[in-house]
Design a protein around this ligand. Sequence first.
Ligand SMILES: [Zn+2]
Length: 263
Amino acid sequence: MMRKSMLSALALSLGLSACTTSPLGRSQLSLFDSSEIDQQGQQAFEEYRQNHKQATGRDGRYVTCIADAIIDTLPEGQGPSKWTVGVYQDEEPNAFALPGGYVVINTGLMKVAKDQDQIATVVGHEMAHVLANHANERTSTQSLTSTGVGVVQSVTGNNALAQLLGAGAQYGVLLPYSRRQESEADLLGLDLMARAGFDPKASIALWQNMASAGGGQPPEWVSTHPNSGERSEALKGRMQSAVQLSEQARATGHTPSCGNISS
Ligand SMILES: [Zn+2]
């Protein structure tokens, strides 16, 4: 364990800002330039896209409708200038986000998320990872804790950064997020979907569906997370304020209706 003062000194010596604050007010270590991180996200997405078939039919339009509703009501000035949200052919019920504003939903997830509010829970969760700069934080933490100071000092070039970001991760889905980040994405994501007028209570049902879908590789967003019971308890703690956000949104005309898109 290194002391904070040592981390700060290290960051200063690298000429980088050491700390940022997440949208939920948590202090984060951010050693890397966000434009570099975004660029890595873009490259990883390009590679992913070349190797996966995009669903452009009903599933694609359905998710686009849901994502647009959330994007329209994001807090002013937050997040990337452009989001790229798509559905890709993959039967595993999973989703992931990349820095720079890329969100991928697998076709397999569309069978587990039963309605627009459950899908909005997933889209909100993934956008929350991007908005909270979780990739930068994870990479920064990883660079200090597992590879040591000597390596950090050499991690200033793009190649080294790419190695760190992509370590062991297929298509640069990046390092797995920490439990704390997953919890934060759950809560922030809940706010995001509620603010667009979706029903936040659907999040509980979604995680139950995810748990019972189980089997095989755990999805990105359950792999490092507390079990579904703990997850649901945390969501319930924020439910009252989320329901209020949703009611306010609906009272001001944000009443998304994406479920009726025909094939
Ligand atoms: Zn996640």
